[in-house]
Design a protein around this ligand. Structure first.
Ligand code: MIG
Length: 663
């Protein structure tokens, strides 16, 4: 049973479609205080959840603030990333899950101020709180996921490997990249198009000089079984004659400032207006514009800059220019320079700017900061709802950078601008289960790291984790070292790891689909599986992926392997490239496991099967082909395999699951 409590007058978020009746009992577990709520933890408590946030699987010992932020430096001291996922579970003494449904800023102090105390606080204390405390950890998650609705499911080709870069600048560059991969038999299904494909960064346009005959090009790529996936930014360029701009002005679909004029924000296109994603009419209008690209053959999109990111606002930048002007006219003082410098560097994502524009939300004028965390959510909802109408017979790929719980029904997320750091490989692993808890199943990090220069071994190790992530994309920033597979010496090692991904796909897809359709987790922390095992409960660098396999990736440079904890008897499967080169049953315990750079080691749980394809260079190659079974099973053990055509929206479990029996 889920209990709903209400505090103040919460603004609707649409995180939950059917709300349970309000509960009249006293609010359990947490004490109400001036600032919000507190809870006294026991020493044994572990706190799980909070979706896309920094630090551990166990969130204890830090403070996390839900405030969707475009910050490309994901260092330990940060409190906010791009998402706002206000669900956590306390487990140890008492066991319960809480979801704080509120669209503004909210802070979760999980033993930061006082080591054994949780403090939840927010500016306006208007929120719905949902309490779930029946059953196991997994059952709490399933109840929560039922409450928030089924997670987004992409087409199966979106489980292939994707190559990205900011930016491939011309059609020829992409053709060459595709040829390089296909000639070298490096599996690939997607190539991403970053902002430079557009004409002056205008949404839904394609630069005709760099990408002539775009529909033909898209079709050519599809012939080679490669989908092109363009980026869409939140800001619409201010430019006379540009249809999206003109329509938005005419219909009043952009966010307005205090005086009722369109709010001006500087982002990539220069001066922009933000479509009012919270206004249902504006949402329909913006979503329908995706059709421009659909008509040219595009079947997938990634939504960026939708926190929304602001480099500067029109008004703030004017003030800076005034300041420069004043300084220039008088004798300079030391302080002037520092003042000016501070003023310029504080322009990006400035809280003052978020307080200076408004939405028309359900007929009411609402200041942006009150509903800040719903913006990216509703941009992706705009797209998701439109795509369902425009392409009713097929699934479309869609994922977002900013998000709030509720958005998980419309699209996936990638975890934004990480760096080519070993610590971010581990962060990727730790974030997965928390994201799953909050409904985000189709997710992944920029493999190899987005910012800074990667190295061959970092990319190899990161891909060895990436093979288990639903969204498997290698993406890197402008100006960093090239990060395509073909940029490195060990082509064979890379090819082997990517081929393994395609061998694993029947299993990974099946586990993903079951997680989506049954509201369960695709990636689980050990504490969810072996709750009675004190050591297992505190493992932060190994995960269960689906029901059959446990992974323990190498995340340190120059390591020849790593310590692995087996909470029970398991069977080690060593893949050298995509071939099994060792099978060994191992007892419960700690082991040092060697893993070479061209290897991936998987551990099979007892009583479970692992179906593998024979491999391929794109998802279409493996659809409907024979399977090879690996197992740590006895006669009679079973596996539920989910299979479908990978594109239709009919995904009923009963129709698509068959039971494989061992022996
Ligand atoms: O200000 O479009 O997170 O993936 O490559 C940077 C350029 C804007 C941020 C995205 C990143 C993308 C980049 N974008």
């Amino acid at each position: 049973m889920i209990r709903r409590y209400q505090f103040g007058e919460p603004i609707e978020t649409d995180a939950i479609l059917e709300k349970p009746e309000l509960c009249k009992d006293a609010f359990p577990y947490m004490k109400q205080t001036e600032a919000g709520f507190t809870y006294e933890m026991t020493e044994e408590d572990i706190v799980y959840g909070l979706g896309e946030s920094l630090r551990g699987i166990n969130k204890r010992g830090w403070i996390y603030i839900s405030n969707c932020t475009d910050d490309p430096h994901h260092t330990e001291e940060k409190r906010s990333l791009y998402g706002a996922h206000n669900f956590f579970i306390v487990s140890g003494g008492e066991q319960f899950g809480l979801f704080f449904d509120t669209p503004g800023k909210i802070s979760f102090d999980i033993g930061y101020t006082h080591r054994n105390q949780i403090q939840v606080s927010m500016e306006d204390k208007d929120c719905d709180v949902y309490v779930i405390d029946q059953g196991s950890l997994e059952e709490i998650v399933t109840s929560f996921r039922q409450l928030i609705g089924r997670s987004y499911i992409p087409p199966m080709w979106a489980f292939g490997y994707g190559q990205s870069r900011w930016s491939y600048g011309t059609a020829n560059e992409i053709r060459e990249l595709a040829k390089n991969y296909r000639d070298n038999h490096i599996p690939i299904d997607m190539i991403y198009m970053d902002i430079d494909y557009m004409e002056r960064y205008k949404d839904f346009t394609v630069d005709q000089e760099k990408f002539p005959n775009f529909p033909e090009f898209v079709e050519d790529m599809k012939q080679q079984k490669i989908q092109l996936v363009p980026i869409i930014d939140a800001g619409v360029k201010v430019e006379k004659g540009y249809d999206v701009y003109e329509e938005g002005i005419k219909n009043g679909y952009f966010c307005k400032d205090e005086e009722g004029k369109e709010f001006v924000a500087g982002v990539w296109p220069g001066d922009c207006h933000f479509p009012d994603m919270l206004n249902a009419d504006a949402r329909r209008w913006f979503g329908n514009h995706y059709e421009t690209l659909l008509k040219q053959g595009i079947e997938g999109f990634w939504n960026d800059m939708n926190e929304p990111a602001i480099f500067y606002s029109g008004k703030a930048i004017e003030k800076v220019f005034e300041q420069i002007d004043q300084i220039a006219r008088k004798p300079h003082e030391m302080g002037d320079f520092y003042d000016l410098r501070g003023n310029i560097s504080d322009r990006a994502n400035n809280p003052e700017d978020y307080r200076s524009f408004y939405h028309n939300y359900r007929g009411k004028k609402i200041r942006h900061d009150k509903v800040h965390n719903l913006f990216g959510y509703n941009m992706t909802r705009a797209a998701g709802e439109a795509l369902e109408q425009l392409v009713p017979q097929k699934r479309t790929l869609l994922f977002s950078r900013a998000s709030y719980i509720g958005m998980h029904r419309y699209g996936g997320i990638w975890t934004g601008d990480n760096k080519s750091w070993w610590s971010h490989l581990l962060l990727n692993l730790k974030m997965m289960p928390s994201l799953n808890m909050c409904g985000f199943l189709y997710t992944g990090a920029d493999l190899g790291g987005f910012g800074e220069d990667t190295t061959e071994d970092l990319l190899l190790r990161w891909l060895a984790l990436g093979v288990f992530m639903p969204l498997m994309r290698n993406h890197s920033a402008l100006g960093t070292r090239r990060q395509e597979i073909t940029a490195f010496d060990s082509t064979d090692a890379f090819r082997g790891i990517l081929k393994l991904r395609y061998r694993l796909l029947p299993y990974l897809y099946s586990e993903f689909m079951k997680a989506a359709l049954k509201n369960t987790m695709y990636a689980r922390p050990f504490g969810f599986v072996w709750q009675q095992d004190e050591i297992a409960r505190h493992v932060e660098d190994q995960l269960m992926i689906g029901e059959s396999i446990m992974i323990a990736p190498v995340y340190e440079q120059n390591a020849i392997g790593r310590m692995v904890y087996l909470p029970e008897e398991m069977k080690l499967l060593r893949f050298t490239g995509d071939q099994v080169t060792e099978e060994q049953t191992m007892q419960k315990g700690h082991y040092f496991i060697r893993v070479a750079l061209n290897e991936v080691v998987i551990f099979l749980r007892k009583g479970h099967l692992l179906p593998l394809s024979t491999g391929g260079e794109c998802v279409a190659d493996i659809l409907g082909k024979d399977l090879t079974l690996y197992q740590f099973a006895q006669a009679g053990d079973t596996y539920e395999l989910y299979e479908d055509d990978g594109v239709t929206r009919n995904m009923e479990l009963e129709e698509h699951v068959r039971t494989i029996v061992w022996g």
